[in-house]
Design a protein. Structure first.
Length: 462
């Protein structure tokens, strides 16, 4: 299976694992929320059983008396008792008991911000085997809704919690008959901030879950980044091996042809031809040596030493580069500030500029520009071309070891991907740097930036 396929499977598997982890954390938090909610309700119920309950019992006792008086009055009148007007009676006659309940709630730190509601949800009058419904909380069959003794009138909100429910009976004789009054009571509590209180109790659990999910996500991201880095290193290594093989194959093959030619009787008899063959062999060996030097230079990195610091006439350097470009059949357009001189290592400076010029010759066509200028306390030594600009996605890697900008056929242009890396290392030794920008008129512009007075004292070693 190809790398994209394997990577796709890895991503799918990681997403499934991450989704499973999130689902488990959700279930854990949901269960914890239910437990904390139940614990909060249990605590509220326990607190309601203290001072507020005594006030509620007094309110209930007084409410039952008024209800029984109303029912008795209805029976004596010879008609079905009507409790529809009891809400107004309760609102007028239970003010003192209501105030006592409110004071008891306000005296408790947990209950003072809650809205308590105590009501009669159902009332049934029993006369022997006959039962008449005087009040039904559902409001069906023409019966009125609940009678609220304390709290807000109307239906409870969806956020209200039921903290008490009971059924009480009271019997009384009247006109030789025994009547029983069955009353269902209901206590609800509406705490607007109960969610905040519950989540506050869950603070450590929520923080732990968030940290766990964040850590898992970070691990996945780091793992994918590490895979990408390893894949890139593997690709670079493979490309380097292929390029190295290609680079060495040509001079070795040519050297082999020369050696076989030297063994022929004709070469042994012709001294001139032998000298030419030996020159070709020396040329190929020199090429192999330069390849090895590049590899060794990349291995040494910036651990070199600066020798021979001296004043360098940059006009002369530009003329040398112009002659080198001419030998390659290319035109070099030079522009050097008058009298510009740098204090540096001439060999390293020339090596960097030759490498940059060589890249422009190999990868582009047309004239090449060279511009040496002074900018404050710095020298800007620029080499530009008019070839296609390097794509943005490759620019961060230009100075990485073994990196080469992908080409349709990588072997059409010889190289190991070490040139710019070595140039940047050498520039660092000169207390400078190399900068790449896309040329304003199209093409690529590499600029070596150096101090006018040369390297720092710590870099002048040797």
């Amino acid at each position: 299976m190809s790398f994209p396929g394997k990577f796709g499977l890895l991503i799918a598997g990681s997403l499934l694992v991450f989704a499973g982890l999130c689902w488990m954390q959700y279930r854990l938090l949901a269960g914890t929320h239910r437990l904390e909610k139940a614990a909060w309700l249990r605590l509220v119920t326990e607190r309601m059983g203290l001072a507020p309950q005594a006030a509620v019992d007094s309110l209930n006792h007084r409410g039952m008396q008024l209800l029984m008086d109303s029912v008795k009055a209805g029976i004596r009148s010879g008609r079905m008792p009507d409790v529809s007007g009891m809400q107004g009676v309760y609102n007028r006659l239970l003010r003192r008991e209501n105030d006592a309940v409110l004071r008891a709630l306000a005296g408790d730190s947990l209950l003072r911000n809650t809205r308590y509601r105590f009501s009669y949800s159902r009332v049934i009058l029993y006369n022997g085997l006959q039962a008449d419904t005087l009040l039904n909380g559902s409001g069906s069959n023409g019966a009125i809704g609940s009678l609220v003794l304390t709290g807000s009138g109307g239906d409870n909100t969806a956020a209200a919690f039921q903290v008490g429910q009971s059924m009480q009976q009271a019997g009384f004789p009247l006109d030789g008959k025994i009547y029983r009054l069955g009353v269902w009571t209901e206590s609800t509590l509406d705490a607007p901030g109960w969610q905040r209180l519950v989540f506050k109790r869950m603070a450590f659990t929520l923080a732990g879950s968030a940290l766990l999910i964040a850590a898992a996500l970070a691990i996945f991201v780091l793992a994918f980044l590490a895979i990408f880095r390893q894949k890139r290193v593997a690709d670079i290594t493979t490309d380097f091996a292929n390029n190295m093989t290609h680079e060495l194959k040509t001079p070795l093959s040519a050297a082999g042809v020369v050696v076989r030619s030297l063994r022929t009787p004709e070469a042994m008899a012709d001294q001139v031809w032998t000298a030419e063959l030996l020159d070709q062999l020396e040329k190929q060996l020199g090429r192999i040596g330069r390849i090895m030097d590049s590899v060794m230079g990349s291995a040494l990195g910036a651990q070199g030493t600066i020798f021979g610091l001296r004043a360098v006439n940059l006009q002369e350097v530009a003329e040398d580069l112009r002659e080198l470009a001419k030998q390659s059949g290319r035109e070099l357009i030079c522009s050097v500030d008058e009298g510009l001189t740098g204090y540096t290592d001439p060999d390293r400076l020339t090596g960097i500029l030759v490498n940059l010029l060589d890249n422009a010759i190999k990868y582009t066509e047309g004239p090449i520009s060279l511009r040496f200028t002074r900018a404050g306390r710095e020298m800007h030594l620029s080499i530009g071309d008019r070839g296609p600009a390097i794509p943005h996605r490759y620019r961060p890697y230009l100075f990485d070891k073994f990196f080469r900008v992908p080409q349709p056929d990588a072997h059409d242009v010889k190289g190991l991907g070490l040139g710019l890396y070595i140039c940047q290392q050498q520039a660092a030794l000169l207390n400078g740097r190399i900068r790449y920008v896309e040329s304003p008129d199209g093409g690529n512009l590499f600029t070596l930036i150096l101090k006018v007075n040369g390297t720092s004292d710590t870099d002048r070693r040797g």
